[in-house]
Design a protein around this ligand. Structure first.
Ligand SMILES: [Zn+2]
Ligand SMILES: [Zn+2]
Length: 204
């Protein structure tokens, strides 16, 4: 049964969770940057705090095979990283437009007038998304002509995913707009070189 499920998931996205759903409990605990010996955020580690397991299980965030939360299972998700993201400065223009996979309507309407704009489709279970976030957050702290609009897809079944990701093979999915609103490029997956090239073109 698991094999069939994996095949189905594999056909739509290489990074979709294999089992268990993801809650934000682990990533929320990552904000203080303290990791335990198990390489997960210390405050949320169920191996150190077994009393937390029931809450993760109730949220469906549980890997039954390895007896840890799905969002902490480094066996199922070996490239997970919990290093804290750079703190955003007061001038960084980074905003979350949806956190629950709600539809957002046509993407060009999300362009911010006069700014290079990156529309950033991501999910908490997407490790490459977090690496791209690190890059985008650092850039946003350094330049005030850049706007990042974050859209939490949550899963491939949400209204947002059905609205915009039907033909997108993997997350993150980034749509880059120039200052004048012209769409410059779409980047799918972890490709910082392509993202930087798109940003350079958008900034011309
Ligand atoms: Zn631990
Ligand atoms: Zn697992």
């Amino acid at each position: 049964m698991r094999v069939i499920l994996l095949l189905l998931l594999g056909s739509t996205c290489a990074t979709a969770p294999a089992h268990g759903t993801w809650s934000d409990r682990t990533l929320r605990a990552a904000e203080d940057g303290v990791l335990c010996a198990h390489r997960v955020p210390a405050a949320s580690c169920v191996l150190d705090h077994p009393e937390l397991a029931a809450d993760f299980k109730r949220a469906g965030d549980w890997c039954g095979e390895h007896s840890v939360p799905e969002s902490q299972c480094l066996i199922c998700h070996p490239d997970l990283t919990f290093d804290p993201l750079p703190a955003l400065t007061s001038t960084a223009d980074v905003r979350w437009l949806t956190n629950d996979g709600a539809a957002v309507g046509p993407l060009p309407a999300l362009h911010v007038t006069g700014k290079v704009t990156v529309v950033d489709f991501y999910a908490d279970w997407c490790a490459p998304c977090r690496k791209v976030d690190r890059h985008l957050f650092t850039l946003s702290n350094a330049r005030n002509d850049l706007a990042v609009r974050k859209l939490n897809v949550v899963s491939w079944e949400t209204a947002l995913a059905k609205e915009h990701l039907r033909d997108v093979p993997t997350l993150p999915f980034l749509v880059v707009y120039a200052r004048d609103g012209r769409e410059v490029k779409r980047v799918s997956g972890f490709d910082l070189a392509a993202l930087d090239a798109a940003l350079a073109e958008a900034s011309r």
